[in-house]
Design a protein around this ligand. Structure first.
Ligand code: ZN
Length: 412
């Protein structure tokens, strides 16, 4: 298990310029390593070290050896991922795979440090650069040391050091600890979660987490931004710079609050089921929806919520599972008929059986039920039964040979 925290140390101009120079040489070392690996068709660290180390040392004379090794390790990882991606692409589009660019690093990169090149003793942080080792005092927030204490086995594993858009040097400290054995809650309920633009999350237990505040704040910043951009004066640009990030921080905070509430629920929950939106084709969706919808969609932070929910639930022994996102908002949760016309705004009124309920709750129940069907089909016992029908009974009927547009629920 890993956790990270970012700190902004106060450094002198000389130290900052040393970091800038280190970054340049680090990127060069990385690019040289990648070139060597790709041309020799290898992913071996030992081979790379044998062949390329002396040459990198010549090209980047002041880059510390420890950092050359870090750049090498990052390069090996990057080439490995690149190879996997390329092999996958080759099966579908051989020409595109040929054209795929090899991994490269720019001068404004973020450097990865390991335990040899960065140390933290008490509040004194030291890390190597081209010039000499920088020593600085940092303050790690109390909540972090309280939650992840050394006594529980949390150890500094390394750091990412770089310079952000505002010109500040940041140090992203990475802590690691052996995965604690958390007993999974196996007898609890399965709860479906439907994510959307109007309600961030709706549970199959009829609890709504509205997006009213998020939408209000986004609307406000959109307006302020457009006014300032139109003005274009120097002070307007200054103001734009200062508000950039405010909106993002607000959305992140909302996602933190919601995922925390879900993970620390009073009810006995063993599994949260979400719809899998990773394969959602945003571009195709954008072509079909109107301008306002497009704007909300592009700013929709569903993956961030997913990530936060997953790690918070893991801590509490709740599992997070994913199911196919198709038809969840068009299907009736009682009679399982798929009919797009049954959905009207935020109500779902089934034209087949007359079931009437909130559209997002209907979708959340569908998400939960399709997980239960999936697991009972694959031989695992279903924990609780879906409403209206027996879990072991009739299988779900999906339309065959019929092409319906697949939209994530809550959007259609
Ligand atoms: Zn129905």
């Amino acid at each position: 298990m890993r956790r990270s925290i970012t700190v902004f140390p106060k450094l002198t101009d000389k130290e900052v310029s040393a970091i800038v120079e280190t970054r340049k040489q680090y990127a060069r070392a990385f690019n040289m390593s990648v070139d060597c690996l790709v041309t020799n068709n290898s992913t071996s660290k030992r081979f790379l070290h044998k062949v390329q180390y002396e040459r990198i040392k010549e090209e980047c004379p002041t880059l510390p050896t420890g950092l050359i090794q870090c750049a090498r390790d990052v390069a090996v990882e990057a080439v490995k991922t690149w190879n996997v991606k390329r092999t996958k692409l080759k099966q579908k589009h051989p020409k595109r795979a040929e054209r795929m660019k090899r991994p490269s690093m720019k001068e404004k990169c973020t450097m990865r440090y390991d335990v040899r090149t960065v140390t933290l003793r008490g509040s004194q942080l030291t890390f190597s650069t081209c010039d000499r080792r920088i020593r600085t005092i940092i303050l790690i927030p109390g909540f972090f040391t309280e939650r992840y204490p050394e006594t529980d086995g949390w150890k500094l594993k390394g750091a990412n050091i770089g310079i952000d858009r505002k010109g500040r040097v940041f140090v992203n400290l990475i802590y690691e600890c052996h995965d604690p054995v958390i007993e999974e809650n196996k007898d609890g309920k399965i709860v479906g979660l439907d994510r959307g633009v109007y309600n961030i999350v709706t549970t199959s237990e009829c609890v709504h987490y509205g997006a009213k505040d998020v939408r209000r704040v986004k609307r406000k910043y959109n307006h302020v931004r457009s006014v300032l951009q139109e003005k274009g004066t120097r002070s307007a640009k200054r103001r734009l710079k200062s508000i950039s990030g405010c909106e993002k921080r607000f959305v992140h905070d909302q996602n933190h609050c919601i995922s925390k509430k879900l993970a620390n629920t009073d009810e006995d929950v063993s599994i949260y089921v979400l719809e899998d939106l990773s394969s959602m084709n945003m571009k195709r969706l954008k072509g079909k929806s109107n301008k306002t919808m497009r704007k909300w969609l592009s700013a929709w932070s569903y993956s961030d919520l997913e990530f936060k929910l997953a790690y918070k639930c893991q801590r509490n022994g709740i599992r997070v599972e994913f199911v196919d996102a198709r038809y969840t908002s068009q299907k009736c949760c009682v009679c399982k008929t798929i009919d797009k016309a049954s959905r009207k705004g935020n109500r779902y009124v089934c034209r087949h059986c007359g079931n009437s309920m909130h559209a997002d709750v209907n979708a959340a129940i569908n998400i939960r039920d399709s997980y239960i069907t999936q697991t009972s089909k694959s031989g695992q016992a279903a924990v609780n039964q879906p409403y209206g029908w027996s879990a072991t009974g009739k299988p779900e009927t999906e339309p065959v040979g019929k092409t319906l547009t697949s939209k994530p629920s809550g959007l259609s």
